[in-house]
Design a protein around this ligand. Structure first.
Ligand code: GN1
Ligand code: MG
Length: 547
C-alpha cells in the first residue's frame, strides 16, 4: 500500500478547508469550539488517529465527537488511546500543531509526523469513531472518516454512542474481546449481567428503594438509558426526563454540569416525593451526580466527591473482608470539597492525592495503585484495578464471598474512563447493599458550601498555576492578593485557573457558610478581573439565597 500525501492536501483543500485563523489547543478534553469551525479539525484528527494507530502497531484508536457539557452549538473531538486512556500527552502537542497549520502546510506537517515518529505508513490501521447527538455531529463524523480514508486507514463508525461506550469498544477490540464484545449489545450485556448478579434478586433493602429519576441532559445518555431499561427486566426502575427526543437542547437548564454548578434541580424537574433519588448525567454521559429535595423543598447535591467516598468505603470493606493485601488510593482535584478530603483521610484512612483538572491526570495517577478510585467533584470518574489486583481477587474468590462480589464489581465498572451509567449502577449496588436512602448517604459528612464563578478575560493563558492548580504563579501578585482575601474567611479556600474547555477563568471558593462562600468567590473574581485582564461586564455578586 502506498500513501500519496498529496491526496491529504487535496482532500483538505477541496472539502475541509481551514476557515478559522485562531490558534486552537488540545485542551482538558481535546479540541472544543463552535461547530462551524471544526470541519478541518475533525478531518485532521482522522488523519492523526490513523497515524497513531500505525504508530501503535495497528491497535485501534478511538475518536469521539462531542462537546460534552458545553452548549449545543459547540462541538469537539477527543482521541482515545489503545488501552482506553485519553491521548498520550506528548501527542497532544502533535495534534495541536497539526490542526493549526495552514492547508498549504498540511502535507509537509503530516510528512513530519511520519518521519519524527518513524511511522510505517504501509501497515494497517483501525480507527473507531463515535458521536453524541448534536445536530452537527454527523457532518463532523464524516470529516473524521474522510481523514482516515485519505491515509488509507480502516474506519468503523459506531454512530451515536456515549463517550464511555466508545472507550469500551476500543479496549474490547484491542484486548481481543477479553474486556467484552466491541458492540453496543456487548456493552449492555456486560454491565447488566454484572448488575443483576450483584442484585441477586434483592431489589429493595432497608431504606433503599428500587427507583430513580434520571435526567439525560437531552443527550445521548438519555437514549442509551432507554436502551438499558428495555434490557434490564425491572432490576432498576428508571424514569428518564430530558430525553432530548424532539424537544430540549443538550445541557440547556439540565444535566450534570447545570445541577452541579447551579446547585439546583433541572428546570424541567417534575413534582416528586421528598427524598426521591435523582441523577443527572452530562451531554456525553461520562459524568453523573445525584441530588434530591428534602421535605422543606431544600435541594441537596451528592456529587463526585460523595460517589468517590461511597465507593472507596465499600471497596475497602470488601478488600478487608477478603483478607487480601492490596494498595488502595483515591485521586481528587482541587475542586474536591475540603470536607470530603477530611472524611477520606480521617475516617476512611484512605490515601488521597490531588492532581490537575482533567480525567487524563486522574486516571494516570490512579494507575499507581492496585485499586485506584478517581473522581472529579463534577461526577467524572471511575475505578481502575491493576493486573495484580485482578489476579489476587480472582484467587480469593475461590473461597470468599466478598471477593466474588469484587469480581462482579470489576465487570460492572467501566475501567476505561468515567461512565455515568456504569457509575450510577455501581452507586445503586452499594446503596442497596447498605440499605441506604439519600439521607443515610448524605449524613456521612457535611459538605462545605462552595461556589464556582466564570470570569471573562482577554487571554486566559496569562494565568499559570502550580501545585495541582491550587496556586497561581502568574500574573505576578495575584496569588498574594488571593491569600490575603482567603485569610479573612473561616475554613476559606479559593483558587483560580484557566478553563481548558471554555474561554473563561474559573474561580473556586469554599468557606464555612454560604454567605461567606459567595463573598469569597466574588472578591477573588474581582481580583482576577483586575489583575488578569478582565473584559466584559462588572462581575455580579453570586447569591445563594435560593440554595
Ligand atoms: C471545574 C470543572 O468541572 N472542570 C471540567 C471541565 O474542564 P475545564 O478545564 O475546567 O473547563 O471539563 C472537563 C472535561 O469534561 C472536566 O474534566 C473538568 O473537570
Ligand atoms: Mg462529559
Amino acid at each position: 500500500m502506498s500513501i500519496n500525501l498529496r491526496t491529504v492536501y487535496a482532500f483538505a483543500r477541496e472539502m475541509y478547508p481551514k476557515t478559522s485563523k485562531e490558534t486552537i489547543q488540545y485542551g482538558t478534553a481535546g479540541f472544543r469550539g463552535k461547530a462551524e469551525f471544526l470541519d478541518s479539525v475533525m478531518f485532521r484528527m482522522g488523519v492523526l488517529a490513523t497515524l497513531r494507530s500505525r504508530y501503535r502497531g495497528g491497535s485501534v484508536i478511538g475518536v469521539m465527537i462531542t462537546a460534552s457539557h458545553n452548549p449545543e452549538p459547540d462541538n469537539g473531538v477527543k482521541l482515545v488511546d489503545p488501552k482506553g486512556e485519553m491521548l498520550e500527552a506528548s501527542w497532544e502537542a502533535i495534534a495541536t500543531d497539526l490542526v493549526n497549520v495552514s492547508d498549504q502546510e498540511l502535507e509537509q506537517q503530516v510528512a513530519k509526523i511520519i518521519k519524527d515518529n518513524n511511522i510505517d505508513v504501509t501497515t494497517s490501521s483501525q480507527v473507531f469513531v463515535g458521536m453524541d447527538n448534536r445536530y452537527h455531529s454527523p457532518r463532523l463524523l464524516k470529516a473524521v472518516a474522510d481523514g482516515v480514508i485519505a491515509l488509507k486507514g480502516n474506519v468503523k463508525e459506531y454512530g451515536i454512542v456515549t463517550t464511555p461506550m466508545l472507550h469500551y469498544f476500543v479496549v474490547a477490540a484491542n484486548t481481543k474481546e477479553a474486556y467484552g464484545k466491541p458492540t453496543e449489545e456487548g456493552y449492555y450485556e456486560k454491565l447488566i449481567k454484572a448488575f443483576e448478579l450483584l442484585r441477586n434478586g434483592r431489589l429493595e433493602n432497608g431504606n433503599y428503594r428500587n427507583s430513580i429519576i434520571y435526567d439525560g441532559a437531552n443527550g445521548v445518555g438519555a437514549r442509551k438509558m432507554l436502551q438499558f431499561i428495555k434490557r434490564m427486566k425491572g432490576s432498576l426502575n428508571v424514569t428518564v426526563i430530558n430525553q432530548g427526543i424532539g424537544v430540549g437542547k443538550i445541557n440547556e437548564d439540565c444535566g450534570a454540569d447545570y445541577v452541579k454548578v447551579q446547585q439546583r434541580p433541572p428546570k424541567s424537574m417534575p413534582e416528586v416525593e421528598p427524598f426521591t433519588r435523582c441523577v443527572s448525567v452530562d451531554g456525553d454521559a461520562d459524568r453523573v451526580v445525584y441530588f434530591f429535595s428534602d421535605d422543606k423543598g431544600e435541594f441537596h447535591l451528592l456529587d463526585g466527591d460523595r460517589i468517590a467516598t461511597l465507593v472507596a468505603g465499600y471497596l475497602m470493606e470488601l478488600v478487608t473482608q477478603s483478607e487480601i493485601n492490596l494498595r488502595l488510593g483515591l485521586v481528587q482535584t482541587a475542586y474536591a470539597n475540603g470536607a470530603s478530603t477530611d472524611y477520606i483521610v480521617d475516617k476512611l484512612k484512605f490515601p488521597v492525592s490531588c492532581v490537575p483538572t482533567g480525567v487524563k491526570h486522574l486516571h494516570h495517577k490512579a494507575l499507581e495503585y492496585d485499586i485506584g478510585v478517581y473522581f472529579e467533584a463534577n461526577g467524572h470518574g471511575t475505578i481502575v484495578f491493576s493486573d495484580n489486583a485482578k489476579a489476587t481477587i480472582a484467587q480469593a474468590a475461590e473461597t470468599k464471598e466478598s471477593a466474588k462480589t469484587l469480581l462482579l464489581l470489576i465487570d460492572l465498572i467501566n475501567e476505561t474512563v468515567g461512565d455515568a451509567i456504569s457509575d450510577m449502577l455501581l452507586v445503586e449496588t452499594i446503596l442497596n447493599h447498605k440499605g441506604w436512602d439519600v439521607q443515610d448517604w448524605i449524613s456521612s459528612y457535611n459538605d462545605l458550601p462552595n461556589r464556582q464563578l466564570k470570569v471573562k478575560v482577554q487571554d486566559r493563558n496569562v494565568i499559570e498555576t502550580t501545585n495541582a492548580e491550587r496556586e497561581c504563579v502568574k500574573p505576578e501578585g495575584l496569588q498574594t492578593e488571593i491569600n490575603k482575601v482567603v485569610a479573612n474567611y473561616k475554613r476559606g479556600r479559593s483558587f483560580v485557573r484557566p478553563s481548558g474547555t471554555e474561554d473563561v477563568v474559573r474561580v473556586y471558593a469554599e468557606a464555612a457558610t454560604k454567605e461567606d462562600t459567595d463573598d469569597l468567590a466574588y472578591e477573588v473574581g474581582l481580583l482576577v478581573q483586575k489583575l488578569a485582564g478582565g473584559v466584559g461586564p462588572e462581575l455580579t455578586k453570586p447569591n445563594s439565597a435560593h440554595l
